[in-house]
Design a binder for this molecule. Structure first.
Ligand code: BGC
Length: 725
């Protein structure tokens, strides 16, 4: 951790929007064994030693619940320090999440307070010499600060850089009393530049705009490489989709300005934003040396930036559109797992919405190894949990809104999911109290015993059965809330059993909720209501609930009416109760509304709305229409877990043993799933060959294989089975 000698420093005067550059010169002795920089800041920083970047962490120190936790990074900078010479360490400190106008779309009480935080830096460069001596360069008043060439930088509003700006003289930094008690080491995955994309096409729009198409929606930024004269400007705007006429469009970013303005110096130069990120596929060139038309593909590279998680899941099958949907789910995860799980990466939100994180988490755990990523975020959840156990709608909780069912329930679902996928009961013991407190909160705040009544919730968010003008589907909020209340109580029981805790009170509570649910809701009125009643095992007769769900879907013309809450369960319920064919019909449907509809409209990430772009090319709305919002991508967990059938087992968590129970469908023809578990590679594939289905399975551990309803236990190995189609 940071040595006591380092103190928080800030610029002597408020620099407004300009990013301060802190610096310190020092002379290093010879015979350096190791040099290490420990650093954090109130904002996001880029640190350099003699012009070489310390580490590769983009948007460091990351986003945590800053009132309680602020990560300190440690970088090995041995190779950057010059022995026996004068050295300079410099740090740019942008507003980042700490000092940006979060949340963007409305005023929050503490928003102004946050923005008033000083641009604080805390760092300590430690040099160990071969002779055993140690020298330190801690932040203190000997550091200098001046205005940098980054003239503006903010989370939502982008960045302005002036390479021709000559920084003036520097002032001494001013020590201040910053947050010392909240410092923690790096817990999450580092956010890195993970992929570089070329421009696929340069488009001239009907309006005459020059627009770069990267062919893929990403979260990150654009690197430019230009030859220019001092004062030339590169000015870019970002968008996700063109409008109906093919013109550049980004009204859906709402108040997020997403600026990118670079003023050149003389000669050849490359530049990329340093302290912000954008969500985009299309980039309009507003200004460019020689005019926008002079922009060439080679001048631009898209850089996708996300948390450094290992990819663990792969799916390919016999429908190219479905394969594209899978890819869209992967890209939405990349684009929204930028240090915390967010709803979207582009408009004036980009927040850790708990509901979005919750519904997509299972799919996310197949796609990538998310354990470290989520362990950090769940600690923030715990830190932000209120005294009475309430959990907010976003974590870090910059919104400070009361809880909602299905959103705040990530408090119990999150730890359980990590336990299932990665097998470490440590996550359960770390969160057991928090899980219980969450359930206790509901028990203590409900207006009716056994139900979760008397509160407002987000309901089946964006359900297609929403009354006109509303974002909430027409499923009853209290039914959803009670279903989740039961589920959370049940997870407390399961977690408690793993930990050897006495959970009899929660078991009783669960039974009470289930009985109350049955009493209060003898009938289910919507697809989502049926799905939840069956999925959470609350219905007296889950099969009847599934039957009713299937009937309702058919009566609706074979379509879903569900939103964020219902959608992730529907296919599971259908396949569980004998409607696998209908589940596939929904999965493979191309017309609106369906998962593949967005693919037919050219989507490269998952859309927030089933009809983000309607049949006639117009938009669902301009206010709330993200094209990179992973909630509906939750369907990937059904493809891994049911279609390919690779499932974690509660009695052998972390894939110590696996269940492989594939469910083939002739229309899809074939499917291949690979999942890199902690115990090795699990694969499951099937293919229709004439009148038979050929299954190919690989398991590194004991497996329970279920084919055509017949269960067999097999040991590690590769297997081929044939069954009648
Ligand atoms: C966010 C969502 C979120 C919802 C709930 C939206 O603005 O983008 O994804 O879950 O609000 O209110």
């Amino acid at each position: 951790m940071i040595e006591r000698k380092a103190v928080w420093i800030r610029p002597a005067r408020d620099m407004g929007d300009v990013v301060p550059e802190f610096s310190r010169k020092f002379r290093a002795g010879s015979g350096i064994e190791r040099a290490v920089l420990r650093i954090t800041g109130l904002g996001v920083y880029v640190a350099e030693v003699n012009g070489g970047r310390a580490g590769n962490f983009i948007m460091a120190p990351g986003w945590t619940s800053y009132d309680h936790r602020l990560q300190v990074q440690t970088y090995d900078v041995t190779d950057l320090v010059r022995a026996g010479e004068e050295n300079t360490v410099t740090v740019l400190l942008g507003k980042g999440w700490y000092r940006s106008r979060l949340v963007g779309w409305r005023y929050c009480d503490d928003q102004e307070e946050r923005r008033k935080n000083p641009a604080g830096l805390l760092a300590d460069l430690e040099i160990r010499y071969e002779n055993g001596s140690v020298s330190r360069i801690p932040t203190d008043e000997s550091w200098l600060v001046r205005e940098s060439r980054v003239r503006f930088s903010e989370i939502y509003d982008g960045e302005i850089y002036d390479a021709s700006f000559e920084p003036g003289t520097a002032d001494h930094a001013v020590p201040f009393s910053g947050p010392d008690h909240t410092l923690i080491g790096q817990e999450g995955e580092e956010v890195l530049e993970k992929e570089r994309l070329s421009v696929r096409e340069i488009i001239t729009t009907p309006r005459g705009e020059t627009v770069l198409d990267f062919g893929q929606e990403i979260t990150g930024y654009v690197e430019i490489e230009v030859t220019a004269s001092a004062g030339d400007v590169v000015d870019l705007s970002f968008g996700e989709v063109p409008d109906a006429d093919g013109n550049f469009y980004n009204e859906n970013y709402r108040t997020a300005k997403a600026l990118y303005r670079y003023t050149c110096r003389d000669g050849r130069q490359t530049y990329k934003p340093l302290l912000t990120f954008y969500g985009f596929r299309y980039v309009r060139v507003n200004e460019f040396p020689g005019g926008p038309q002079a922009a060439a593909k080679e001048n631009f590279t898209g850089i996708a930036v996300y948390s450094d998680m290992k990819r663990t899941g792969y799916l390919t099958g016999g429908d190219p559109l479905l394969n594209r949907l899978v890819s869209n789910g992967i890209w939405s995860q990349k684009g929204n797992y930028l240090d915390i799980p967010t709803d979207c990466p582009q408009r004036d939100e980009r927040l850790g919405w708990t509901g979005d994180a919750q519904v997509f988490m299972r799919a996310g755990c197949y796609n990538f190894d998310t354990e470290r990523f989520f362990r950090k975020w769940l600690r923030d959840l715990k830190a932000d949990q209120k005294e009475d156990g309430a959990v907010g709608l976003v974590i870090p909780d910059v919104l400070q809104e009361p809880p909602s069912a299905a959103w705040s329930d990530v408090a119990s679902i999150g730890p359980w999911m990590l336990y299932l996928f990665y097998g470490d009961a440590g996550v359960l013991s770390a969160h057991f109290e928090s899980m219980k407190r969450w359930v206790d909160y509901v028990t203590g705040s409900t207006a009716k015993d056994g139900l979760w009544a008397g509160k407002e919730h987000l309901g089946d968010w964006l359900g297609l059965d929403a009354p006109s003008g509303s974002c909430k589907g027409s499923s009853r909020e209290e039914l959803i809330a009670t279903a989740y209340y039961a589920h959370s109580a049940e997870l407390v029981v399961r977690a408690g059993k793993v930990l050897g805790e006495d959970v009899s009170a929660y078991k009783e509570l669960y039974e009470k909720i289930r009985a109350a649910f049955r009493r209060e809701y003898p009938e289910y009125l919507t697809q989502t209501e049926c799905a939840l009643a069956a999925y959470f095992g609350l219905a007296e007769d889950p099969r009847a609930a599934a039957d009713r769900l299937a009937r309702m879907i058919e009566e609706a013309g074979g379509i879903l009416k569900t939103g964020f809450v219902g959608t992730p369960c529907v296919l599971h319920v259908l396949s569980e109760y004998g409607y696998t064919e209908l589940a596939y019909t929904l999965l493979l449907r191309r017309e609106y509304p369906s998962w593949l509809y967005s693919v037919t409209k050219g989507a490269t990430t998952i859309w927030e709305h089933w009809d983000g772009i309607t049949e006639d090319g117009s938009f669902w709305s301009k206010d709330m229409n993200s094209f990179n919002h992973y909630a509906y991508g939750a369907v990937l967990d059904w493809i891994y877990g049911v279609a390919a059938g690779i499932c974690p087992l509660e009695e052998a968590p972390g894939f110590r043993k696996v269940r492989i129970a594939p469910n083939p469908d002739r229309r899809l023809g074939w499917l291949e799933a690979r999942f890199e578990s902690r115990h090795g590679l699990i694969t499951s594939g099937w293919e229709y060959v004439g009148d038979t289905v050929r299954y190919e399975i690989t398991t590194p551990v004991e497996a329970e294989v279920v084919l055509g309803g017949v269960k067999r236990e097999v040991g590690a190995g590769s297997y081929i089975f044939y069954a009648e189609a």
